[in-house]
Design a protein around this ligand. Structure first.
Ligand code: GFB
Length: 316
C-alpha cells in the first residue's frame, strides 16, 4: 500500500487521465499531491525535469502525461506523437530513478499491440507482429516506455510498473472533432446536429471496426489499485473485456443525444485496427474489475459535456 501522506507527482494532471487520477487520489486521502503545468515545465526537457524532481522529491509518480489524440491526429502528426512521448517517458523515468522514487506507474495504450493480434488481446501479444499504421509512432513510443520500466527494474531494481488501458472516455475528454477520439467526437457531433436541427450525422469509416471503452474513473481506480497491490515486471491490461462496433457506439450516443438522427458513414476515413479488445484476466486475477457500464458512462460524460460547455471550459 502506498503511504497516503507521501509526496505524489501526477505527471499530466490536466489531461483526461491525469485529472481523474488526481480526483481519485484526493478522495483516497492523499495529502501531498504535486502537479506542474506545461507552461512551467516541459516534460521533454531532461534538465528541467531533473531540476523539478530535485526540488519536489516525489516518492510516488503517476506518469500519465503525453501527446495523445484520435486516429486522425495520430496519422497526420506521427512525428510529434513519437518524439514527444519518447522524450516525456524517458525524462520522467530517468529522473524518478535518479531521485530514488519508491514507485512509478507508467501508462501505455492498447495500440501497442499488433494490428492483427488474436482477440481478446493478452499481454503476451506485445511485439508479436506488425503495428497498426495509423498509430505506429504513438505505439512505438509507448512500447519504449514499457521497456524503460522493465529495464530500469531489471538493471537497477526500480519498482516501476506499467498499465495498458483500452480506449478511454469520460469527464475532461477532448471534444475536438478532428483531433479527438471517436466517443467525444460523436457526442459533440450529435449534440451540434440536435441544436442545429440537422437530420443526419456523419460517422467516420465503415462502422464495422470494434472497440472497447473504459470510463476514465475506472482507469484511475485501477491505477491506484495497481500502485497499492502490484509490483511485477510485466505490463497489465486495463479494460472491461467487452467490445462493440463503432456503429453500435454511434447508435448508443445517438439514442442519448439526438434520437431521431440518421447515421451516414464516411468510408473515405480509415477504420484503423479492425478490432481491439483486451484480455483482462491478469487484472481480474489480481482482484480488480471495471464497474461503470457504457450506458451509465455515456450519461455521465454527456452531463459533464453540457456543464462544461455552459461554463465555457470545453477542450475543443
Ligand atoms: O477513437 P479513435 O480515433 O481511436 O477511432 P483508435 C476509433 C474508431 O472510430 C475508428 C471511428 O474506426 C474510427 O474510424 N470513428 C468514427 C471516429 N467516427 C469518428 C470520429 O468522429 N472521430 C474519430 N476519432 N474516430 C486510437 C489511436 O486509435 O486509439 C491512438 O490512434 C490511441 O494511438 C487510441 O491508442 C486509444 O482506437 O482507432
Amino acid at each position: 500500500m502506498l503511504d497516503r501522506s507521501a509526496p505524489v507527482f501526477v505527471a499530466g494532471h490536466r489531461g483526461l487521465v491525469g485529472s481523474s487520477v488526481l480526483r481519485r487520489l484526493q478522495v483516497e486521502g492523499f495529502s501531498d499531491l504535486r502537479t506542474v503545468g506545461r507552461e512551467d515545465l516541459d516534460l521533454r526537457d531532461q534538465s528541467a525535469v531533473d531540476a523539478w524532481f530535485d526540488a519536489e522529491r516525489p516518492r510516488y509518480v503517476f506518469l500519465v502525461a503525453g501527446t495523445v489524440g484520435g486516429i486522425h491526429a495520430n496519422s497526420t502528426r506521427p512525428a510529434e506523437f513519437l518524439y514527444d512521448n519518447l522524450m516525456i517517458h524517458g525524462t520522467v523515468v530517468q529522473a524518478a530513478h535518479r531521485t530514488s522514487v519508491d514507485k512509478l506507474l507508467y501508462l501505455g495504450s492498447s495500440c501497442i499491440y499488433p494490428r492483427l493480434a488474436d482477440q481478446p488481446i493478452t499481454e503476451e501479444a506485445l511485439l508479436s507482429g506488425p503495428l497498426e499504421p495509423t498509430n505506429e509512432g504513438y505505439a512505438l513510443a509507448k512500447i519504449a516506455g514499457i521497456k524503460l520500466c522493465e529495464t530500469y527494474r531489471r538493471q537497477y531494481g526500480d519498482d516501476f510498473i506499467s498499465a495498458m488501458p483500452t480506449n478511454l472516455y469520460g469527464p475532461g475528454d477532448n471534444f475536438d472533432l478532428e483531433g479527438g477520439h471517436v466517443l467525444p467526437a460523436l457526442m459533440r457531433r450529435f449534440h451540434e446536429a440536435s441544436e442545429a436541427g440537422d437530420a443526419s450525422v456523419t460517422v467516420w469509416g465503415t462502422g464495422s471496426a470494434r472497440r472497447e471503452f473504459l470510463h476514465v474513473d475506472d482507469l484511475a481506480d485501477a491505477c491506484l489499485f495497481l500502485m497499492d497491490h502490484y509490483s511485477g515486471a510485466g505490463h497489465v491490461n486495463v479494460g472491461t473485456g467487452v467490445d462493440l462496433t463503432i456503429r453500435e457506439l454511434a447508435e448508443a450516443v445517438r439514442d442519448l443525444v439526438h434520437p431521431s438522427a440518421e447515421l451516414i458513414f464516411d468510408t473515405t476515413k480509415p477504420d484503423g485496427m479492425p478490432r481491439k479488445v483486451l484480455d483482462v484476466s491478469r487484472l481480474s486475477d489480481l482482484g480488480w474489475t471495471a464497474s461503470t457500464s457504457l450506458v451509465d458512462g455515456l450519461v455521465d460524460t454527456y452531463r459533464w459535456f453540457l456543464d462544461a460547455a455552459e461554463r465555457g471550459e470545453l477542450r475543443l
